[in-house]
Design a protein around this ligand. Structure first.
Ligand SMILES: [Zn+2]
Ligand SMILES: [Zn+2]
Length: 167
C-alpha cells in the first residue's frame, strides 16, 4: 500500500518530538538507547504500534494528518515508552506499572492506555487475517498482541502463521 503523502513539516515535528523524548529518557535513565525507526505504514484504525525487536514505531498517516497535536503530545511518546520499557525491563505487561512509570516519571506524559481517538474506532472490532486456506478474524486484543510483536497465531488447519489481511 502506498502511504498518503505527509507534509515534510509534519514529519519533522514528529521526528523532533521523538528525539526530544528519547534524549530526555536517556538522560534520566542514564542510557544511550538508539533512535527508533519511524515509519508511516500503520493501517486501519490503530494510531500507532511499537515493534519491539525491530525497534520501530509505525504511525498511521491518515490519523496523523487528522490529529497532529495528539500524535505529538501523546501517540509518539506512548509508542516510544513501549520500546523503552522493553529495552529497560524486558517483557512486561504492555501497559503495566513499568510503562506507566516510563510515561509519567521519565517522559512526563499522562499515562493513558489508549490514545483518545483510537478508543472509539478500535473497540469491539475484529481484524482480518489470512493463511493459505482460509480467512481468520482476530479480536482487537489478539491483533494488538501481534502488532506489538508479543506473539504469533497459527492456523490450526494448515499451520501457517496468520498474516494481517483479507484472503
Ligand atoms: Zn500502548
Ligand atoms: Zn490455514
Amino acid at each position: 500500500m502506498k502511504s498518503p503523502r505527509l507534509p515534510i513539516a509534519v514529519q519533522q515535528a514528529v521526528m523532533r518530538t521523538l528525539r526530544e523524548k528519547l534524549q530526555q529518557a536517556n538522560q534520566r535513565l542514564e542510557r544511550h538507547y538508539p533512535e527508533p525507526a519511524l515509519v508511516y505504514q500503520q493501517r486501519g484504525t490503530a494510531a500507532g504500534t511499537a515493534w519491539l525487536e525491530r525497534w520501530e514505531i509505525r504511525l498511521n498517516p491518515v490519523l496523523l494528518m487528522e490529529n497532529q497535536q495528539a500524535f505529538i503530545d501523546e501517540v509518539v511518546p506512548h509508542e516510544l515508552a513501549h520500546l523503552l520499557v522493553w529495552k529497560h525491563f524486558g517483557r512486561v505487561a504492555p501497559h503495566g506499572k513499568e510503562w506507566k512509570w516510563m510515561m509519567e516519571s521519565v517522559l512526563g506524559i499522562p499515562a493513558r492506555r489508549t490514545h483518545q481517538f483510537e478508543v472509539h474506532s478500535v473497540r469491539s472490532r475484529t481484524f482480518p487475517y489470512r493463511c493459505r486456506c482460509q480467512q481468520h478474524h482476530l479480536t482487537v486484543r489478539r491483533h494488538n498482541r501481534v502488532m506489538r510483536g508479543e506473539t504469533e497465531y497459527r492456523c490450526l488447519q494448515c499451520g501457517d502463521i496468520l498474516q494481517p489481511g483479507e484472503k
